[in-house]
Design a protein around this ligand. Sequence first.
Ligand code: ZN
Length: 391
Amino acid sequence: MENNPIHLLIQEDEITRLCQEFIRFDTTNPPGDERPMVEYIRDYLQPYGFETGLIEQGDKRATLVARLKGNGKKPAVVFNGHADVVPVGASQWQHPPFEGIIEEGKVWGRGSTDMKGGVAAMIVAAKALAQAHAPLEGDLIATVTTDEEVSMSGARELTQLPDAKNWQVVIIPEPTANNLGLAERGVFWPEFTTYGKTAHGSTPELGINAVMMMVHLLTELDKLPIPFQLHPILGNFTRSINTIQGGVKVNVVPDQCTALVDMRTVPGQDHQEILNLLKDFLAKLTKNVPDFNSNIRITFELPPVETSFQEPVVQQFINAARLVVNKDVPVVKIPFATEAAILVPALKVPTLIFGPGEPTLAHQPNEYIEISKMVEAAQIYAAAALAYLKG
Ligand SMILES: [Zn+2]
């Protein structure tokens, strides 16, 4: 292998072609319909010796598990990407979003950056490992999930695989412009509802105004200390009151008002503790404000997650990347939630976010991916997997 490093097996035209093919599968989620793309990848890997299986998730949906067997002395290494994409949106695209047009050294289309270009890179890297016939001391698993953009149900299925709790590392090719992400903030979305009593708008003294109760609640909430420790990469815990709804008519005293708050948590914060704190806060308002009546409900949450920079698999990855790019890949903040939010808490597995896409283009119109970035990512994946799995 010394004379013929694995990353030299990576073919640019093959990654480009795969990325184009993936974009041509319309996997807009909802509804997703990822199955044809996932079957395409299964059929692509099978001839190279991968054992493949589909986790069925409804008629047109499935998650792929493709395994290149090692001798079992080391735990498996996992490349995990998602097949679904977010909707195209209303604005006119420069290139049609589901054709995978090549221009300016880029592949254009919905999902190119998030994350079909990354999936193309990881699949070609997995194939290169198979073709190299290097003796592997552990399995290399390539997984392609369904429904990352809505519920992360594909990732939840992966946590049920028999060997999942032993995996040595998961690499997720979400768009990081080939920088390394080790930590991401959590998502915590409480919904507050205040209740009042309806009355004619001309006799407000006969009613209880739920909107005014909400005004009171939100003013106090804004001042409520929610403890956190500043994170060296992720920075602050943040909160923002982003929707409010109440009342039906100008001449009716509103009896209900609802507000949603977007909270982004940092490692060290516990969502149950925050919920308890918010419940205590509401209990205090109930005690102190006449007629105050409210409720809280968590509409969605994903925990903050972090993999330590000191983990040996992180150092091995950086060393492998150095062989390809002649520098240490920078560690960056991941501004969005990834499937690490499911895998890390369930499996305690070190998880690295590293992908060729441009993070600012994710979910945007005129999304593209640079071909050279995909090639570089694939080379790094192959070099890292070999470093993890060789004897
Ligand atoms: Zn993504």
